[in-house]
Design a protein around this ligand. Sequence first.
Ligand SMILES: [Zn+2]
Ligand SMILES: [Zn+2]
Length: 225
Amino acid sequence: MAKAGAHPRPRDLDRYVEPDLQATLAERTGIEAETLRQTVFTRWAGLVFEEDDVRNKLYWLPLAGTENSKRSFGQQFCPACLREDSVPYLRLSWRLGFVTACARHRTLLADRCPGCGEPVQILRTMPEKAIRCWKCQFDLAHVPLGAEVDAVDLDRQQRLLDITAAGWTPLGAYGPVYSFVSFRILMLVFRLLATAGSRTRCGSGLPNGSGSRPRMRPGSNRPSC
Ligand SMILES: [Zn+2]
Ligand SMILES: [Zn+2]
């Protein structure tokens, strides 16, 4: 629900809806504006991220496609789900960075075309009955299934989705915190692990399990870094 080229990040089709387009869609389809809002990333404002200023990257929302001619992650999808759809469609949760598996089919999601290797870019795909690779027209429903995912990893993923749905989670001695705070902390931990060995400004004790807690601003539920 976006006008291609009308937005600074047009490839993020599911991130932003032009208000006038949303009003037009609601009027022409008879679907409530709030229902339409729930079909895009705004539904996770205050849950996965605090708010979206539209121009900056959102953590847990990987770019899908290309940026400045550089390839990035593609739109994730489960080929088996697409095969089962009477009209194939992309699930919104497949865009979340912590959702990497299909719980229904217990396989890793795919994010690129096996025919040409290009990341899936839905805005470059012409709408039709099948969802195809924008470059070589490979039908994504026929992409080979990804590796099997075990129950433990699926359970971890489901716990993160449950936190998202609840909007809060207990955080040890700090008590309950908003879910977007816990996701922010989780992202910081991942970044620290990814750059292990180089000390960073905040939370240098987290990766080695020394028991350090994320520092919080006094009177705030936000991490201080
Ligand atoms: Zn599936
Ligand atoms: Zn292709």
